[in-house]
Design a protein. Sequence first.
Length: 504
Amino acid sequence: MGRLTINELNSHLWGAADILRGSIDSSDYKNYIFGFLFLKRLSDVFEEEAEKVEQRELKRGTSQSEAKKISEDPDEHQIFVPKRARWPEIRKTSQNLGEVINKACGVLEENNPILEGVLADIDFNSNKLGDAKNRDSVLSRLINHFSKISLKNSDIEEPDMLGRAYEYLIEKFADDAGKKGGEFYTPRKVVQLIVELLTPKERMRICDPTVGSGGMLIECAHYIEKNKGNPKNISLFGQEKNLGTWAICKMNMLLHGLVDAKIEKGDTIRDPKLVQKRELMLFDRVIANPPFSLKDWGVESAEADGYGRFRYGIPPKTKGDYAFVQHMIATINDKGMVGVVMPHGVLFRGASEGKIRKALIEEDFFEAIIGLAPNLFYGTGIPAAILIFNRNKPKERNGKILFIHAAECYEAGKNQNKLRDEDIEKIVKTFNDYKEIERFARVVSLEEIKENDYNLNITRYIDVTEPEAKIDVKEALVKLRELEKERYGAEKKMKNCLKELGYE
């Protein structure tokens, strides 16, 4: 039997949702499927590592019993799986399965500080799965389903396959959950675009202050690997308010082998956790897709902020966009860049937002504004914009902002539009070249923006109207004569046909 492919694994994982369908609400699927995937993966890898250690010891002349004992030593494993949490032990059980699996999760966390809180929120003994009999039936079917595949490294086609399958499930659940999905998942192509604009490199510190399921940080690691760097040679940080999503992010990082990523729990605006000696940590790159125009964002915390994050002004009580923007700018070092997804409203709204925008423009933080197509994101059809801020703009870009009208760069989908590779390539090349392209991109001076009352609406600076076709009169007359000749010939043929039929 060949190694498990990504498509086979994706299909198998989605098949697990079929087992749960009808038993519980679809918004709860992910917790149980992620939990089973995680448990099976940890158990299979532990078993694989133990086999290797045992073989190593036997080759050294160690006795069978001693070699077995050494293979069970926690120090020989990155994540130690106690016996009661191993898949064969779980599989032996036929009754009170929910309780057994909960205890397995508990001992895993007890033995591995890195897993603390990751599995705690998944209650396999919950009434959501029905009464005791129904619960045992559903869990038993899930155990049998996951037992059909091996998730050892030697049995899967590529090392990052589990992480990719995890992202597939996150995307599927986001699709399934509609609006809710958008809270923790940004479409991968949008993430890829922002990462390519920010060009993260080895030895950088990278942060996502609204980290969700961790896709943006993982894409930064992918980008570095794709460019022949070592993805382990970066420092990744994140903070997530939703505890369930935080757990998903931690699992996602572990499944991608990014075990050193520091992901904190909590509200970034009200209680920033990425601090050192009572000061905000500083990063080389900050990347995020915060919730659009969040109403209850924490204005009271901003007014009493002890970190100096809101020096450009306090955003409106019911729109938190510029709270997140200011937090991100406050957390980049003197060579740092920010790439953030925002609703278009931040480009032109007035009052306190207008004052904040004016201050950021005058500080020359804006490097580029990229308007995206509508309906790219889960849960909202409105078009968004990517804002690129840079504390260390190249000299030739000082006093300027690049506007890119990429609203027509997409592939139309039935429910949702998508960015294509060629769209990403075009936008990134335009950003790198920083030159004007008719009806697509324009470099605008801060003087011109000041004349426009600091309004950053893209269509103020790029004419996106379809140009009227120029008519060549001589060419049109030639064409008209040709058409007249064709008409005359057709009429002649028609008269001859009528004659033959006896009509005059």
